[in-house]
Design a protein around this ligand. Structure first.
Ligand SMILES: Cc1cc2nc3c(=O)[nH]c(=O)nc-3n(C[C@H](O)[C@H](O)[C@H](O)COP(=O)(O)OP(=O)(O)OC[C@H]3O[C@@H](n4cnc5c(N)ncnc54)[C@H](O)[C@@H]3O)c2cc1C
Length: 332
């Protein structure tokens, strides 16, 4: 058995795969083009969904052999908004807030430390010549269906979690305001077709959430942007035969843009394929494709409804006694 594995990309999917393989006795080299992991992000809050699988996310990654050594905050209450209407959604541990970026309390850095401690060989600033055989391609999104524009800021406001729908604040997706422990993130996620309106959506989102934040605090904040790639591929191997994991493989949730859970899951299946000589394509088709297809269907419905989609989603969730159960149903 070839016990040395090269992974291209040292983001969350590449590092998760590296950790699993290393714990199973493989020598692992990770080639990361930037000088640090997490440099695509800005220590902003992101949330890991906890509804698309029966198993709790934290238990799931522990079952893969990944330590939950990163800071997280379980979120069981969320205010949802549409057109100045507001409702509180409740669902135990509906998602886990994590920070993304190069800060020491970020998920990315925590995975990096874990990988380093295990002896994974990480080569930063590495412009790899593809003649080196790569088994796993974990290079993140190459195009974007969803764009995000936001501000990460320090705040004296209390912990508070909001999500808002509306054509003028987040066309095609939603805006969010997440405040936890003095760190705030306000952002708008919108369809890539209207990328040129990013500043307008961000400003409209700030105006919308103005009752819940101190706008003066935003001026010292740091603006960020990014994109996410959803695609159901015909094959989950790249042109050199490397397995595509995370967003490099289009693993995303097309309705909301929650890609982190997929990053861990696809990384696990790639590691399993290497360790057990199982077909990666088959593992993906058996375990991940169904919920990706469901998220694709959910997006199709959302887009088909046009501007009615925002009130539709708001009323669907706001007046449901078990919103988490509803999410379980539309994904599984
Ligand atoms: C602003 C924003 C907010 C988001 N919010 C959420 C959220 O709330 N919840 C959620 O679940 N998901 C969210 N997502 C999506 C989530 O962040 C991604 O799905 C996840 O990070 C994908 O992990 P990955 O390992 O595939 O990619 P990444 O974490 O991006 O890692 C890819 C790595 O590969 C490296 N790389 C790229 N090309 C090369 C190369 N040629 N050679 C070497 N290295 C290379 C990159 O530098 C990077 O370090 C958000 C995305 C954005 C942009």
């Amino acid at each position: 058995m070839d016990k040395e594995v090269n992974i291209l990309g040292g983001g969350i999917s590449g590092l998760a795969c590296a950790i699993i393989l290393r714990k199973n006795g493989y020598k692992v080299n990770v080639f990361e083009k930037h000088s640090s992991t997490g440099s695509r992000f800005n220590n902003d809050w992101q949330s890991i969904e906890n509804w698309s699988e029966k198993i709790d996310f934290l238990k799931q990654i522990e079952s893969y052999g990944i330590d939950v050594s990163f800071a997280y905050e379980p979120l069981s209450e969320l205010q949802i908004h549409y057109s100045n209407k507001i409702k509180t959604l409740r669902g135990k541990n509906a998602c886990y807030l994590v920070k993304r970026g190069i800060g020491k309390d970020c998920l990315d850095i925590s995975l990096l430390e874990q990988a380093k401690e295990l002896g994974v060989n990480i080569k930063f600033g590495s412009k790899l010549d593809r003649s080196v055989p790569i088994k796993v391609n974990a290079t993140g999104p190459k195009k974007g269906n969803m764009f995000v524009k936001g501000i990460k800021f320090s705040t004296s406001c209390k912990n508070d979690y909001h999500m808002a729908f509306g054509e003028e604040i987040a066309k095609g997706f939603y805006s969010y305001l997440l405040i936890n422990g003095g760190d705030g993130t306000i952002a708008t996620a919108f369809n890539s077709r209207v990328a040129h309106r990013s500043e307008e959506f961000l400003q409209n989102s700030i105006n919308y959430f103005s009752d819940y934040l101190n706008e003066n605090e935003l001026s010292d904040g740091k603006k960020f942007g990014g994109y996410a790639h959803f695609e159901i591929m015909k094959s989950y191997y790249d042109e050199t035969g490397a397995m595509l994991v995370g967003e490099a493989g289009g693993f995303q949730d097309y309705l909301w843009g929650f890609g982190m859970r997929y990053a861990f899951q696809s990384a696990y299946f790639a590691a399993r394929s290497i360790m057990n000589n199982e077909s990666y394509d088959d593992l993906i088709k058996k375990n991940l494709l169904k919920k990706m297809k469901h998220s694709n269907r959910n997006r199709f419905i959302f887009e088909a409804l046009g501007s009615l989609a925002y009130p539709f989603v708001y009323y669907l969730f706001a007046y449901n006694k078990k919103p988490l159960r509803l999410l379980n149903i539309i994904y599984r």
